[in-house]
Design a protein. Structure first.
Length: 153
């Protein structure tokens, strides 16, 4: 957890980071969403993450409802970690981060391409207006502070 550094922020991005902003967290969700990882050993093998860190992240995901824990073996007692609807809702954010990384943090060809398993077309995450379908510049996006929320500026 990032601690209480975002308590003063009136921002859903800051609130999201409190849940998924720790190192390794998004990679765990990525592996669960796209690579079919469900077992502790799947994540450990794929990521090479320290066992205490992996346990902490998985426990946090269960506590926050991003994953649910399902026992698949009695002896020894073993669990699967399955994405919930709340966890699967992170997929568009992962695709958007991938697109950003492909453009700004990767040299050469993108290391991973997401495609639609039904038709084979590439998957993209676009920001668009719900009414006219267009957003040409980030400056066109205007944050509106919700009722009862103090302005952040």
């Amino acid at each position: 957890m990032l601690g209480k550094t975002y308590d003063a922020q009136v921002c859903s991005i800051a609130r999201s980071l409190e849940v998924i902003g720790e190192r390794w967290s998004l990679l765990i969700v990525r592996d669960a969403a796209f690579a079919g990882a469900t077992r502790y050993s799947d994540f450990q093998r794929s990521l090479g993450i320290a066992t205490n860190v992996l346990k902490s992240r998985l426990d946090r995901f269960v506590d926050t409802g991003i994953m649910r824990r399902h026992k698949y073996s009695e002896q020894p007692e073993l669990y699967e970690y399955l994405l919930t609807d709340k966890g699967r809702a992170l997929v568009p954010a992962l695709v958007a981060l991938t697109e950003w990384g492909d453009r700004w943090a990767t040299e050469g060809d993108p290391p991973i391409l997401y495609t639609h398993s039904v038709c084979g077309a590439g998957i993209t995450q676009q920001t668009m207006c719900a009414q006219c379908g267009q957003v040409d510049e980030p400056a066109e996006i205007q944050p509106i502070i919700g009722p009862g929320m103090p302005p952040t500026r």
